[in-house]
Structures are given as structure tokens and as C-alpha cells.
Design a binder for this molecule. Structure first.
Ligand SMILES: Cc1ncc(COP(=O)(O)O)c(C=O)c1O
Length: 643
């Protein structure tokens, strides 16, 4: 049998030989020996977190997501409301789970590089007495960020709400004591800091909370009340237990105790973390998170700018040397991750860093030099052909924001306009294809009216993981709110493409928008529909002097705005501030163009336009636009394909 590679991943991860050996047996599920193993497992799980007198341990067959889904389904009743504090993919997953279960859910979000703010949580709870449960991810494995668990727990307890904590990647290492920190349900799995093998997840639930949960879960297999009653009645698992996984986890828990408990394990992980980050920094890699919020569990490294750097090559080079690392999961920046957990020691990280240096040397000398800039396209994408006529952009690829929150009032409030189909493809599919073909991979959509339909379309397209959905609950107000809710992305320090969602257009427009020379660009069409509806770009010479449906300023000529823009990083930040000022200053009824107009009037020298009068496009506002789009525009479009 070939030797196992070392896994520098967030689980499954490298395990002790003894843990794997513990599985070399068969047990019947009703055997007294196995029932005793289950009892010891449940006792030890509680002991890790100091929960023996207050909580019960409920193991469940399956991966971590199963226990999150089971806990939300069992503890949050249809009449309750859950507030999820989200700053990464696992927070977003809890929101998705609650929605699928038909539970009422609200979200408080932070950017992926910011910890949850207990003050904001306190205000949200004070403002919204309907919230009954709060959920938080302790260590957001998406980035490696640690959220302030004790502080949030105190706020939630003081406001008398129930608290559900996804401690998947922290349980067993990061400090956590249920005697000191009020937590209703703590969720984790076998294959992270406990260093077991995958196959079991578990919840530690307050006794009085589980006692009240009879008949709440909409699922049979994921009903934690029934699962708990099963263990309490005869010591057995309700359905076929993963007997070998139980044996391995028990061995892993004994090993945790022998190591000195979570505090000693944390010390080892901290040493792993220091060895890794110091070594990678020496090689020129940059850690994504600020040190103050970084857990020593998994580290996100920013993908280097050097065009010769390629994650797939690094991955393959390391795998060939027996080291497995992990791709990134951020929506904000291209990245990759290296885990510090598992049966690994500082010497393993020394060897890993040496192997990274080795692979980087193979990739080219510059690839191993300083790498300070965030890069937004991966190597595989870089190598793919671009759309005709485009040249490689020198600056980092922008992120894109698509505005798709509106109700489509003039089309009869049916589906969001971005889901209208032309030639068998929704506008949303067309946007994503055009962005993809132009190497823009970091995409967020503002949703408001019927986000479920937009989510379903993304799922159909297999794009749910790649596209961030940002909700605008005030979508019936002015569109400036849809911009303001994107403030984190706008202010993330990178250029931004802003796109109206309800436009059918030739994909080459995006290439032109990306390549245009001005620092900040508007797309301009000389042909303009009559009347007050179109937004006009007004020129005096070549300078944009006004931008409005009914312009006020004197100008020589004007054209129609397509509703697509490219902003520099600095201007995008200014736009975030402007849009926020509108919303917070009582002008949430304004259209988003008003915020852009303010910036144009303040900095006319920093804006320019790209004339796309030669390319077909139309905005879809009225039924007549739909007809025109089908009959006139669609046949003239150059169809884009995934590059
Ligand atoms: C914080 C967190 N929550 C939930 C999960 C989901 O666990 P699983 O992939 O085992 O379903 C993970 C997995 O990495 C995680 O890190």
C-alpha cells in the first residue's frame, strides 16, 4: 500500500496511525461492547467542552453539514426566527439550510476578512424582538477567521435568545467552556480538531432545549430529539451506526486527553501555524487575514500576482512530493488555503515550506519573488482564450456587481427581470457567460424581489458557489439601496464593474468596458430613445458634464447610458460611501445613478466614456422592449461561449 500523503487541509485530515488502527475490527450495533463505546464517546465529547452537567451529546451519522441541518431543523420551530451572523461560506450555508427548511431567517453579514461585531448583534436583537435564535460560525474555515464567540454569546444570552454555534473547525482546540459561555447548541464533527476520521457529526445541546424539541424536526433521520431519545432509551444509535468511525473517534478522543486536552492541542497548532506563516512569508506569500482575527486552524494565502504562478501547478508539485493543500473558498479574492490541524507537527510544516520553495523554483524565479498584489484570475483561467480582439488587462481583474433586486413593475411584477429568457437563456446566464468569457470571476448579485428564483437559476447553472448573493430587503425603495448593500465589495480595494441586470447586450461590450482607457468608464450609445426614461450621458467636448434622465447642465451632445460602468478601486470606495450616505441620510428613494452623478460632477476629469453605438443592446423595461429584444437585438448578438 502506498504511504498516505500528509493532508494540510481542513478535514479529512492526517490522522494518527493508532486512530486508523482502531478501526480494524467489526462490531454489531447492539453488542454491549459497542453500546459502551457509544456511551464513552458521548461522555468524552461533553468533557471536551465542560458540558457534562448542562448539556447532552447527540452524535449523528454524516458530515458536519448534517448536524447543522439537524440542529436548525430540531431547535428552530416554524414560528421562530433565526438570525445568522455570516462572514463566510459556512454562515451562508446556515442561511441556505434554514431557508430550505422553511424557517424564518435573517442575516447580519460582514466581509470575509472581518469578524462579527457583538455591538451590531446587540443592536439587531434589540431592534428585532421576533428573533428567537442566533447562529454563529466560531472559526469560519472559508478564510480561517475567528469570531468573538464569548462576546457574542454574552450579548445573545443577555437578550434571552437561543444560541447555535457551528464549532466545526474549532472544537477540540480553541478555548470553549460551556460552563462559562452560554451556548444552546454546539455543533462539530469527528474529522477536524478532534483528529478522527470523517463520518460522525455531533451536537452538544442544553438539556432543557432538547427536552422541548419533541416533534419539531421536519426530517426523520435528522431529528436530534428522536436521536437523543434513542441513545437515552437503550444506548443505541437509531439507524446503522458507523461503528469503525465511532471506534476511531473514541481513540482520537483518548489521544486528545493524552496530549493534554484542547489547550495542549492548541499549542501544537499554534506552533504549526507560526512555522507555516513565517516560512511562506519568507517565500513572499501574503496571508489574507489580519493577525488579530486569524485562528491557528487554517491559513488563507492570497494568490500571487506573478503570471507564472499557478495554484494547480503548486498543488500538483506538492502532491507529487506527498503534501496535499487546499484551494481557496473566498468570494473576495483568489486564494489558496493550508490547514494547520491534524496529526501534524512543526517539522511537517518545515518540510512543506521547503517543498513549496522547491515547486516555486520550478515554476520560475519571479514566481518565488515578492508577491504583494491580490490576483483575481487563476492560472487555468489565464490560459484560456479571451474573446476576440481583447488584450490581456494589465491591472487586476475587477469584481462585478449585477443589480437585480427590482420587482419589474412595468412588466407586471412577475419574475425578476434578470430571469427573462432570450433565445433559451436567461439574462443572468448571459451576464455570467459574458463575465466569464472576459475573465471576471468575482461576481455578486444584489437580489431583493424573489431571490429564491434567482438562487434556483444559479443552482441550475451550477453557479451557486461562485456567485455571491447580497440581499437588499428594501428593494421596493430606490435602487441606490441596492448599491449601498454592496458597500463591502465596492470598498474592497479593487476595481468594480457595475451592471444593470435588465440589459440584453452583445458580450463584446464587456471587453470594451474592461479595456477602455479612462480610469472610470461609462458605456455610451449615440442613438437614444426619445423622452425622459433613458439616462443620458451629456458631453461638453469630451468631458462628461451631466448624467441624468433630465439633465440640468448645458452640454453639446448626449447619448444613452447602457447602465454598465467600470470604477477604479478608489472611485468604487467613494461610490460605496456616496450610496450609503444617500440611504442613511433619508434619501433611500433615489436611483443609484444619482450617486454616480455626484461623483462625476465632483471629479469630471476622472471619468470618461466608451462609445459602443456599433454594438446591439437594449434595456428591458416594458413589454415592447421584450418584443424588440427578441426580434431585433437577439439575432444581432455575437453569442458568447465559456472560454
Ligand atoms: C465551519 C464549518 N462548518 C460546516 C462545515 C461543513 O462540514 P462538512 O463538509 O463536513 O459537511 C465545515 C467544513 O469544512 C466547516 O468548516
Amino acid at each position: 500500500m502506498p504511504e498516505s500523503p500528509l493532508l494540510f487541509t481542513p478535514g479529512p485530515l492526517t490522522t494518527q496511525l493508532e486512530t486508523r488502527r482502531a478501526m480494524l475490527n467489526d462490531w454489531g450495533s447492539r453488542e454491549p461492547a459497542f453500546i459502551a463505546m457509544t456511551a464513552e464517546l458521548r461522555r468524552r465529547l461533553l468533557e471536551v467542552a465542560g458540558g457534562r452537567s448542562s448539556h447532552v451529546a447527540i452524535p449523528l451519522q454524516g458530515s458536519g453539514t448534517f448536524i447543522v441541518e439537524a440542529a436548525i431543523g430540531t431547535l428552530v420551530r416554524p414560528s421562530d426566527a433565526l438570525l445568522v451572523l455570516a462572514n463566510g461560506a459556512y454562515g451562508e450555508r446556515m442561511i441556505e439550510i434554514a431557508k430550505r427548511l422553511g424557517r424564518r431567517v435573517e442575516a447580519l453579514r460582514w466581509p470575509e476578512n472581518q469578524a462579527a461585531d457583538p455591538g451590531r448583534v446587540e443592536r439587531a436583537l434589540a431592534d428585532n424582538p421576533a428573533i428567537t435564535h442566533v447562529a454563529l460560525v466560531h472559526c469560519e474555515t472559508t478564510s480561517g477567521l475567528i469570531n468573538p464567540l464569548a462576546e457574542v454569546a454574552a450579548v445573545v444570552a443577555q437578550q434571552r435568545r437561543a444560541f447555535i454555534v457551528d464549532a466545526m473547525s474549532s472544537f477540540g482546540a480553541l478555548p470553549l467552556d460551556l460552563r462559562a459561555t452560554p451556548i444552546t447548541a454546539l455543533l462539530a464533527s469527528s474529522n477536524k480538531c478532534l483528529e478522527g476520521v470523517p463520518g460522525i457529526a455531533f451536537a452538544l445541546i442544553e438539556k432543557n432545549a432538547i427536552e422541548l424539541a419533541k416533534g419539531v424536526a421536519p426530517s426523520l433521520s435528522l431529528d436530534l430529539y428522536d436521536q437523543w431519545r434513542g441513545f437515552e432509551s437503550n444506548g443505541q444509535w437509531r439507524f446503522t451506526p458507523p461503528v469503525q468511525v465511532v471506534a476511531a473517534l473514541l481513540e482520537a478522543l483518548r489521544d486528545l486527553e493524552a496530549e493534554g486536552g484542547p489547550a495542549a492541542r492548541l499549542q501544537r497548532y499554534r506552533k504549526n501555524f507560526r512555522t507555516l506563516t513565517e516560512g511562506m512569508r519568507r517565500l513572499g506569500f501574503r496571508v489574507f487575514l489580519d493577525e488579530g482575527i486569524q485562528a491557528p486552524i487554517i491559513v488563507t494565502f492570497v494568490t500571487p500576482e506573478d503570471p507564472r504562478f499557478c495554484f494547480d501547478d503548486l498543488y500538483a508539485g506538492l502532491a507529487a512530493r506527498g503534501f496535499i493543500i487546499y484551494p481557496g473558498k473566498l468570494t473576495q479574492a483568489q486564494s489558496f488555503r493550508i490547514g494547520c490541524i491534524g496529526a501534524l507537527h512543526a517539522e511537517d510544516f518545515d518540510r512543506l515550506v521547503a517543498a513549496v520553495a522547491d515547486v516555486m523554483a520550478d515554476l520560475g524565479p519571479a514566481a518565488a519573488a515578492r508577491v504583494d498584489t491580490v490576483r483575481h484570475v487563476s492560472c487555468r483561467e489565464d490560459r484560456s482564450p479571451r474573446v476576440s480582439g481583447s488584450t490581456a488587462a494589465a491591472s487586476p481583474s475587477p469584481s462585478a456587481i449585477i443589480l437585480a433586486a427590482g420587482v419589474g413593475r412595468r412588466l407586471g411584477h412577475a419574475v425578476p427581470k434578470v430571469l427573462l429568457e432570450f433565445g433559451g437563456k436567461s439574462l443572468l446566464e448571459r451576464h455570467l457567460t459574458a463575465l466569464h468569457a472576459n475573465n471576471v470571476r468575482n461576481v455578486a448579485v444584489t437580489v431583493g424581489h424573489r431571490p429564491d428564483l434567482i438562487r434556483a437559476e444559479l443552482r441550475r447553472l451550477g453557479a451557486l458557489d461562485r456567485v455571491a448573493l447580497i440581499e437588499n430587503p428594501r428593494y421596493r425603495e430606490g435602487s441606490v439601496v441596492s448599491l449601498a448593500v454592496q458597500r463591502a465589495r465596492l470598498a474592497a480595494g479593487q476595481p468594480v464593474l457595475l451592471m444593470d441586470g435588465d440589459v440584453l447586450y452583445d458580450g463584446r461590450m464587456l471587453a470594451r468596458l474592461l479595456q477602455a482607457a479612462p480610469e472610470n468608464v461609462l458605456l455610451f450609445d449615440q442613438a437614444i430613445e426619445p423622452g425622459d426614461e433613458p439616462v443620458k450621458i451629456c458631453l461638453h467636448g469630451e468631458v462628461i458634464v451631466d448624467f441624468d434622465k433630465v439633465p440640468e447642465r448645458a452640454h453639446d451632445r448626449h447619448g444613452e447610458s447602457v447602465g454598465f460602468f467600470r470604477f477604479s478601486a478608489g472611485m468604487a470606495t467613494a461610490l460605496a460611501e456616496r450610496a450609503t450616505a444617500y440611504v442613511e441620510g433619508g434619501r433611500a428613494g433615489a436611483e443609484y445613478e444619482a450617486a454616480i452623478r455626484d461623483l462625476i460632477l465632483a471629479h469630471p476629469d476622472r471619468f470618461g466614456y466608451e462609445d459602443i453605438s456599433d454594438l446591439p443592446w437594449t434595456e428591458i423595461d416594458f413589454q415592447a422592449d421584450v418584443v424588440r429584444a427578441r426580434q431585433e437585438i437577439l439575432p444581432r448578438l455575437q453569442e458568447m461561449v465559456y472560454a
